[in-house]
Design a binder for this molecule. Structure first.
Ligand SMILES: [Zn+2]
Length: 138
């Protein structure tokens, strides 16, 4: 490997790029974003479709680092509906009797009525993120 590098720097042809470096960078970033968007749009799964409903366009400035926001966006998290799919929980229902998916806990369940009373729990944090519309660029 080192000998190839040495050979390339000593004997290789100098490459002239006929456009400025900034143009190369711009075109490369544009192509990467297009490829990323194509992959994003092509991910055909329940969680992929759900996430695209909230985040339809890829953006390098909107990267999600919060596990709670990922729970909400994907629907994958400590919810009975999700855990039951993988046989980690016997029932997919919330203790109130409804299907225990993320939307139920964030928007409908009377047992978890507001983020204030659940602020320390996973449900409370997910509710807090989900109810802040600005998180999704709206
Ligand atoms: Zn419930």
């Amino acid at each position: 490997m080192n000998s190839l590098i040495t050979m390339a720097t000593a004997e290789g042809d100098k490459l002239e790029i006929p456009i400025p470096y900034s143009s190369v960078k711009f075109i490369t970033e544009k192509n990467l974003l297009n490829d990323w968007q194509e992959t994003w749009d092509g991910y055909d799964s329940e969680s992929g479709r759900r996430t695209r409903d909230f985040v339809p366009k890829v953006n390098g400035k909107f990267l999600v680092f919060s596990k709670y926001l990922i729970f909400f966006l994907s629907g994958h998290g400590p919810f009975p509906y999700y855990l039951n799919r993988f046989k980690k929980l016997n029932s997919s229902s919330c203790p109130c009797g409804s299907i225990g998916d993320v939307d139920h806990y964030v928007f409908r369940c009377q047992r978890f009525p507001s983020e204030g009373t659940n602020s320390g729990s996973s449900v409370g944090v997910v509710q807090k993120f989900a109810r802040k519309q600005s998180v999704f660029g709206n």
